[in-house]
Design a protein. Structure first.
Length: 255
């Protein structure tokens, strides 16, 4: 059975999009259809506002998606490419949809939490879950995939378990204290104070290179609370960009 085509006034659509510069997402929400439908209709009537950008700058896409909070459809519309193209570019540098566009994810988690609230799991159920988890972690490839996920790199680019790498000897308590004091004893991602953190702030290597300070490598360090420090171990490329952006340093995408 075919779905009836939504009737959209072409003159109205052209005026709203070209003259008032409204986004396809906004227009879709107003008339009850997807941004894809709006974009297709605009192409049909030749009302494309932007010209495709020949060279898409990954750093610019990251900045728009993370710092500016724009959605993939809005970025795609702005530079005249498909949403799939933007998704593919973001995925290439380790940024997945659910890691940024978390509103729906949070809403979903709340529903799951509400549904599970009050449920009592049997001892047999808990034992089965524990057994399955134990078996999975005994598999070397599974552990490698988990390590790659934490590092924020594709599995085929994974090299080693970085947690076992040594730190530069110059990365000592005195240096950590200078970094914490320089950051006003506050987390540089969420702003939480060391007092609220209830322990000394973690001193984080922004580019995840533990040998900073040795072999003529400069230190790039920042202070993070316990929560942000834990999160920074997942999707490392995204967090490196976020932290570097907060420090107003030039972020260079690492392939």
């Amino acid at each position: 059975m075919m779905t009836a085509k939504i009737d959209i006034d072409q003159n109205w659509l052209r005026g709203e999009y070209l003259d008032k510069h409204r986004s396809t997402t906004d227009l879709g929400n107003e008339i009850g259809c997807s941004h894809v439908t709006i974009w297709s209709r605009l192409q049909e009537i030749g009302a494309v506002r932007k010209k495709p950008r020949k060279n898409m700058d990954l750093n610019w896409i990251c900045e728009q998606y993370i710092s500016e909070g724009k959605s993939a459809p809005d970025i795609a519309e702005e530079i005249g490419v498909s949403e799939t193209t933007i998704r593919r570019k973001l995925k290439k540098i380790g940024i997945m949809r659910t890691q940024i566009e978390s509103k729906q994810t949070k809403k979903f988690r709340k529903k799951i939490s509400k549904g599970n609230k009050g449920k009592k799991r049997s001892i047999h159920f808990k034992q089965n879950v524990s057994k399955v988890s134990s078996i999975r972690w005994q598999d070397e490839q599974f552990r490698q995939k988990m390590s790659a996920m934490r590092q924020g790199v594709p599995f085929d680019e994974w090299k080693d378990y970085v947690s076992f790498e040594p730190y530069c000897p110059k990365f000592n308590f005195g240096l950590k204290e200078r970094i914490r004091n320089g950051d006003d004893r506050r987390c540089q991602l969420c702003g939480k104070s060391e007092i609220l953190n209830k322990r000394r702030l973690a001193v984080h290597h922004i580019d995840y290179d533990k040998m900073q300070g040795c072999d003529e490598k400069p230190f790039f360090l920042t202070s993070l609370c316990s929560s942000c420090s834990t999160k920074a171990n997942f999707n490392r490329k995204m967090h490196e960009f976020l932290i570097a952006s907060n420090h107003q340093w030039t972020y260079k995408n690492r392939s």
